[in-house]
Design a protein around this ligand. Structure first.
Ligand code: HEM
Length: 148
């Protein structure tokens, strides 16, 4: 579909340097919601600043993991249900580390922010809307793993 074409085209540019773009995304996320910082702990050590977190190898690995999941969603655009089980399980893991479902809204805003930074004026409203739909589908699938 037209939406799928827009998403694939806009993701191509991100894919050239996923880590760099992921850093833009998470920098924005910590600006929007600094309370997410303490959820990232490696060897029980809390980061005292977003900068410290953003320069830790373990956190950069998490950024890579996030970008791989988005890449998988882009690859499976027309059959996202292939990823449903994986995403529900991923949701479960995030609930276990203390992430709240509501926090995924700020993640979505940060994703759009990153894409806008990457594409500039080429990031038109229709591209934004296509991404909003895809991201909502990913969050919906992840939320299936949440126990109430
Ligand atoms: C794992 C936090 C968003 C994908 C983790 C871990 C933490 C975490 C603490 C375990 C440690 C680690 O693997 O680094 C968060 C927080 C988020 C967030 C606070 C935002 C509120 C996301 C998003 C995705 C994602 C949006 C992908 C769409 C992953 C993956 C893993 C992971 C693939 C590894 C799971 C595994 O070990 O099987 N996350 N995460 N995360 N996260 Fe996130």
């Amino acid at each position: 579909s037209a939406d799928q074409k827009l998403i694939r085209e806009s993701w191509q540019k991100v894919g050239v340097s996923p880590l760099e773009h992921g850093i833009v995304l998470f920098t924005r996320l910590f600006d929007l919601d600094p309370d997410l910082l303490p959820l990232f702990q490696y060897n029980c050590k809390k980061f005292s600043t977003p900068q410290e977190c953003l320069s830790s190898p373990e956190f950069l690995e998490h950024i890579r993991k996030v970008m791989v999941v988005i890449d998988a969603a882009v690859t499976h655009l027309e059959n996202l249900h292939c990823l449903e089980e994986y995403l529900a399980n991923l949701g479960k893991k995030h609930q276990a580390v203390g992430v709240k479902l509501e926090s995924f809204e700020a993640v979505g805003d940060s994703l759009l922010y990153m894409l806008e930074k990457c594409h500039g004026p080429a990031f038109k409203l229709n591209v934004r809307e296509a991404w909003t739909k895809l991201y909502s589908a990913v969050v919906k699938a992840m939320s299936c793993g949440w126990d109430v």
